[in-house]
Design a protein around this ligand. Sequence first.
Ligand SMILES: C[S@@+](CC[C@H](N)C(=O)[O-])C[C@H]1O[C@@H](n2cnc3c(N)ncnc32)[C@H](O)[C@@H]1O
Length: 269
Amino acid sequence: MESNVARNRAELSGNATNVLNSRTLSSSHKRLAELLREGMTVLDVGCGTGAITRGIAEIVGPTGRVVGIDSNPALIETAKQTYCDISGLEFEIGDIFNLPYKEEFDIVTSARVLQWLSNPLEALNVFKSSTKSGGMVLILDYNHEKISWEPEPPSSMKSFYSAFLKWRSDAGMDNTIADHLPDLFKKVGINDIIITPQHETVKRTDNDFNSRISIWADVAASRGIQMVKDGFITESERAAAEKEYREWINEAVVSQTMYLLAVEGLKNN
Ligand SMILES: C[S@@+](CC[C@H](N)C(=O)[O-])C[C@H]1O[C@@H](n2cnc3c(N)ncnc32)[C@H](O)[C@@H]1O
């Protein structure tokens, strides 16, 4: 069973949604972009505001079907309003552990979502049930312990970041899930596994540098408030991390690389 602590801590709010809107299929789910074909049926679980899901629908076209599911009603409402004119694209409020689909999709994908669950194995079982026989499950996720910055961020942010990882693991979440996905796939009987590194580097010269590098300031401003309530940091530590990280963005940062893997496998039994 998914724990209530994990459910509460997974909830997105405030500035944490900025980064979701800045994502696209071609920049933020590259392996999926390579695999999609016109006419496919695709389920995008934990679709957030639908920025990536929209790109999926554009590739599969009106002869395909794309469903984006998220448990957060506000994000689904935004997705519906923003992309209502794209045919073959549906958004629904729904919970990963209670999906109504049986063998319906060519590809079931979930990007940056299993990192927020205390029971990712059960989620993979549900994804497998929603996939057609012969279809594919494709997960994109992080190993948060393998992030790197050039130069190192301020010590206030490094302390915040390690408190963030503790706050997550305390709720049963796996900070290193990307590297555990192949074993989880084998456990649920998803076969022919392919692993594709999808590490994301943001550099000062990138067009979307500001929205992407701000991720940890946004996390400090949103989830950081909850971390203070939960007793993992003090408010003054949280505020200092946010402020000093924003100054570091303006003055010092050269690049940041987040470690992600795309792991895909087939349902052939
Ligand atoms: C980090 S966001 C990723 C959004 C998008 N897939 C992307 O890559 O930008 C994680 C999303 O998973 C959703 N989520 C978390 N737990 C969920 C659950 N049990 N059922 C459905 N969605 C869930 C959250 O509401 C959030 O929108």
